[in-house]
Design a protein around this ligand. Structure first.
Ligand code: PEP
Length: 230
């Protein structure tokens, strides 16, 4: 299983450092086959060593250059960072990242050999129309995306379940993951949306769930580690 912590705009450089120190203790007893990822905010990126991978929540598709406020490959390479989240619904929604922009970013970071956690998800009004509408919506988020890329992990994150405390049901996750797995040639597929210690056993036992992308419940190192020590 993969356990990925997305801090979003939470934690500072100092609290990320303390978080990682606390996490290291817990990682000593995790299952060796499990993988842990941490996506801190850009100001907290650094060369941390340990049994986990640090990734970036975002970057601009450039080595360097005149892109005010952005970071590119040069800034990530300083810390040995080779993992990126692309397509998160918060970036699609609040930062107006179109499918075209998302695909451009994907292609660039693929060419740089980055490991990509590519996020897709549907809004509530689509979910309410049933699985066919959901799949049509989700598959459109693969426009311009090379799903044969070796270093690809997909994260299915129903938007209505993100940060709401309301996870998708076992049946919703199970039917969506079954259909997605076929569409993405069995690439690793994470679930994201209010995953937490209280529901991790149930979610991780669903066929086709290879891990979780966790927001709110990842912010506390003790809480997050309860998930992979469960
Ligand atoms: C996320 O935004 O990736 C996420 C899964 O958030 P939360 O766990 O808070 O729903």
């Amino acid at each position: 299983m993969i356990y990925a912590a997305n801090f979003k705009t939470n934690h500072t450089r100092a609290t990320t450092k303390a978080y990682i120190e606390a996490l290291k203790e817990k990682l000593l007893t995790k299952k060796p086959e499990d993988k842990v990822y941490i996506f801190p905010p850009a100001t907290a990126l650094d060369s941390y060593a340990g049994d986990f991978t640090i990734g970036t929540q975002n970057a601009y598709p450039t080595q360097n250059g005149a892109y005010t406020g952005e970071i590119g490959v040069e800034q990530l390479t300083e810390f040995g960072i080779k993992t990126i989240l692309i397509g998160h619904s918060e970036r699609r929604e609040h930062l107006s990242e179109s499918q075209e922009k998302v695909a451009e970013k994907f292609t660039f970071f693929k060419e740089q050999g980055f490991e990509i956690i590519y996020c897709i998800g549907e809004p509530l009004e689509i979910r309410e129309q049933g699985i066919e509408a959901v799949m049509q919506y989700l598959l459109a988020q693969f426009d311009g995306i090379d799903i044969t890329y070796d270093n690809l992990i997909v994260a299915y994150e129903p938007i209505w379940a993100i940060g709401t405390g309301r996870s998708a049901t076992v049946e919703e996750i199970s039917s969506t993951h079954r259909a997605l797995k076929k569409a993405i040639n069995n690439k690793p597929l994470l679930y994201g949306g209010s995953a937490k210690p209280a529901n991790i056993k149930e979610i991780s036992s669903i066929d086709g769930v290879d891990g979780v992308l966790v927001g709110s419940a990842s912010l506390d190192a003790g809480n997050f580690s309860e998930m992979f020590l469960a």
